[in-house]
Design a binder for this molecule. Structure first.
Ligand SMILES: Nc1nc2c(ncn2[C@@H]2O[C@H](COP(=O)(O)OP(=O)(O)OP(=O)(O)O)[C@@H](O)[C@H]2O)c(=O)[nH]1
Ligand SMILES: [Mg+2]
Ligand SMILES: [Zn+2]
Length: 335
């Protein structure tokens, strides 16, 4: 099974039993998971231990990419009894005011941030997606899609590289096949690659192109599809050469959840500047000896990038504060 390693085997060992099997969640459909096991695919509903845990923490619900323990009951029902610890997870905050995390996918090795080359990509959007990708614990790659639609792909790719010097940037086209070999090389016959990004940027088309068959629906060409999402669920798809892709539905609202580390990674340049400010607690507003203000003044740090950083940091802090209040409230309720 794709991605089954010694660590996963070790976390399954305590649950190993005649009526239990380990499997990987391919997709979740109204509370029923499709799980790939050594014996083949099974459909499984939530078992009691999972229901209990989910009641406390919705992020513990099985999700595409999860390794789980499935149990077959004497009446042939199959249930997911446990979700094994996640090695990596892409998490975003749910829409609305509830400070909750939503797991987009789990146990991926690579997070492909999918951004179309046409229309021209928005830089702050890329930074936001990168922060989420870094935070997952997996390695981000930037996939610039629809390369066949533009003539200046190389220039745009170079601009994007400046935003993210430590991330590989690959131009791809599902139409011409450009860049697909490099993506396959990264997956290398065993890795799991998640595709995340805004609706309509070509995630499902890229998945199909990598598979070499139309396994997932994509947006109709004539349908301008404004505000509509074509993919409605996350889905793990096996690649013919080994490895897997997890296609995800376009994220319209992309709220930050816990993302401090992801933001630090994405804006390593700003972190390095801040470390050289005269005061350790510099707020980068008016302090003398502030390296951030100096870099803004001489243009080495673009104002737009700084604002993007401030915005993401604020969002993450607000989310953490809300979560804190909610936890205290829960504690009070329990007495
Ligand atoms: N020219 C060109 N069009 C593409 C390419 N990839 C995708 N498209 C088109 O872009 C549109 C959206 O593609 P999808 O693959 O459905 O996009 P998605 O990211 O999966 O969208 P959601 O499922 O809504 O998140 C479709 O009309 C595709 O035909 C490409 O490489 N070149
Ligand atoms: Mg799609
Ligand atoms: Zn400063």
């Amino acid at each position: 099974m794709i991605g089954y390693d010694a660590a996963t085997a070790a976390s399954f060992a305590p649950w190993d039993a005649a009526d239990a099997a380990v499997g990987r969640v391919v997709r979740v459909d109204r509370g029923v998971a499709s799980v790939l096991t050594e014996q083949g695919p099974v459909r499984a509903s939530w078992g009691a231990p999972v229901l209990q845990r989910v009641a406390h923490d919705p992020t513990e619900a099985p999700c595409a990419g999860d390794w789980c323990v499935v149990r077959t009951w004497p009446d042939h029902r199959v249930t997911v009894e446990h979700v094994l610890p996640r090695r990596t997870a892409v998490v975003r905050s749910t829409a609305g005011k509830a400070a909750e995390g939503q797991v987009v996918c789990a146990n991926v090795d690579l997070v492909g941030v999918v951004v179309a080359l046409h229309p021209l990509p928005a830089e702050s959007r890329i930074e936001r997606l990168l922060a989420m990708a870094w935070q997952s614990g997996a390695r981000p790659v930037l996939l610039l899609t629809k390369a066949d639609l533009v003539a200046d792909g190389d220039e745009v790719a170079d601009d994007v590289r400046r935003l993210a010097p430590d991330v590989e940037v690959i131009q791809v086209s599902s139409r011409t096949g450009l860049g697909l070999d490099r993506v396959r090389e990264l997956v290398d016959g065993h890795a799991t690659l998640a595709l995340v990004g805004t609706s309509g940027h070509g995630k499902s088309s890229l998945t199909n192109a990598l598979v070499g068959a139309e396994v997932l629906p994509t947006r109709e060409i004539r349908d301008d599809g404004r505000g509509r999402h074509t993919s409605v669920r996350r889905e793990l798809v096996l690649l013919p050469g080994g490895g897997a892709v997890i296609d995800t539905p376009g994220l319209r609202s992309l709220g930050m959840f816990e993302a401090e580390e992801g933001i630090a990674h994405t804006f390593a340049d700003i972190d390095a500047l801040a470390a050289r400010c005269r005061f350790d607690d510099c707020a980068h507003r008016s302090e003398p000896g502030c390296q951030v203000l100096a870099a803004l003044a001489d243009g080495t740090l673009p104002q737009r990038r700084w604002e993007s950083y401030v915005q993401l940091t604020k969002e993450t802090a607000a989310m953490a504060a809300r979560r804190h209040v909610r936890r205290q409230r829960k504690r009070k309720d329990r007495g």
